[in-house]
Write a protein that binds this ligand. Structure first.
Ligand code: SF4
Length: 365
């Protein structure tokens, strides 16, 4: 996937072929030099670069050996025989690579690239939920830190969450921490969901989330009434997209096809034409022919789809950006390789418990 170039000029020429429609030439000239040096150092240090679909186009198209969503990149991290893994994504992704590769050096190009979902829940919260719902399996979104994964039975991504929940031999599941993803999965799996509130160690009045993911404010307090227990985490990016945005875009472009990520609210997902993981969204645009698309997710992904599909018109709502993904730059990736920074470590007692949940997710297929 990374561009193989014999010189900076060759790198620039190849970048122009791929990116001329989405990256100005003056930027290509600067980035070509950095990309060439990164790829040279990568070979010298026996490193692999994994790039999430949200990386900016010049980085995305030139230096990662593999690009994809969290699930695909976890699989690549599990398979690599390189000494160093540089993760162009956010911290929980690099942590997942370290969980799978305790003897390799895993580097994140920024000193901190967080995630509002990962920060919405602690290991103590998961232990508390287990105490409230004994025996109920804990399904955890990959957008969590290692100590939360260590308390979980299986991890999921947005690409396999429905299939994993359907596969569990359990009437009820705890699904953490994304409220919207849980509601969207609940609707697809025909489950009623509740969102318990924790005050100290007491189970406060349960605020019923939804009726099959759509109707709010129904109180469900008997275990017989619900089959999914969610949490209150939200992605600060996807939370900002609204049904009004969709209506406004459809009014201006009646032939637009709208594609949304399941971290968006159930109402936004319902108002869209297709919803899926970042990789599923990319695949959908590639295999369909519409006059234009609106992709409701991090804006850089729209640029990357546009670069790969120059004949397709992409609309983006780029006032909504992920401040964490945008921490990762080509300049910092070069420094990461030069100075071995910033190394990700996971305490071994946490890693050995977290790896079970991550490996179950990868084995699920
Ligand atoms: S886009 Fe949302 S889920 Fe993804 S890293 Fe940013 S805050 Fe987290």
């Amino acid at each position: 996937m990374a561009i193989q170039a014999t010189s900076v000029q060759d790198m620039y020429n190849k970048m122009r072929e791929k990116l001329a429609d989405v990256v100005p030439d003056v930027e290509l000239q600067i980035k070509a030099e950095i990309a060439y040096e990164i790829n040279r150092l990568k070979v010298e240090k026996n490193a692999i670069i994994l790039g999430h679909n949200y990386m900016e186009p010049a980085l995305f198209a030139t230096i990662p050996d593999y690009v994809g969503d969290s699930l695909m990149l976890s699989r690549k991290a599990a398979q690599t025989d390189k000494d160093i893994i540089v993760f162009c994504g956010v911290e929980f992704m690099a942590e997942t690579a370290k969980i799978l590769n305790p003897n390799k050096t895993v580097l994140l190009p920024a000193s901190h690239a967080g995630c509002s979902l990962a920060e919405s829940i602690s290991a103590e919260d998961v232990r508390w939920l287990r105490s409230q719902y004994p025996g109920v399996p804990v399904v955890t979104y990959i957008n969590t830190y290692a100590d939360v994964k260590a308390e979980s039975d299986i991890c999921v991504t947005s690409g396999n969450a429905v299939a994993v929940v359907n596969s569990l031999q359990s009437d009820t599941v705890i699904f953490l921490p994304d409220e919207y993803l849980a509601k969207n999965v609940a609707r697809e799996t025909g489950k009623q969901i509740i969102l318990p509130t924790r005050a100290g160690n007491a189970l406060e009045k349960m605020h019923a989330g939804v009726d099959n993911g759509m109707k709010a404010n129904i109180e469900l307090t008997s275990p017989a009434d619900f089959q999914m227990v969610g949490w209150h985490g939200r992605c600060e990016v996807h939370d900002k997209f609204t049904v009004s945005d969709i209506q406004a875009v459809r009014a201006q472009f009646p032939d637009v096809v709208i594609v949304s990520h399941p971290e968006c609210s159930p109402e936004v997902v319902e108002a869209s034409d297709f919803s899926g993981s970042t990789q599923a969204m990319i695949n959908f645009v590639e295999r369909t022919e519409a006059p234009r698309y609106l992709v409701l997710t991090e804006c850089s992904m729209g640029d990357n789809i546009a670069a790969a599909n120059p004949h397709k018109e992409m609309l983006r709502l780029c006032s909504v950006r992920c401040p964490h993904m945008n921490q990762i730059t080509m300049e910092d990736t070069l420094d990461s390789l030069r100075y071995n920074q910033y190394e990700i470590n996971v305490p071994e007692e946490i890693r050995v418990r977290a790896v079970r949940a991550v490996e179950r997710m990868i084995a699920f297929g």
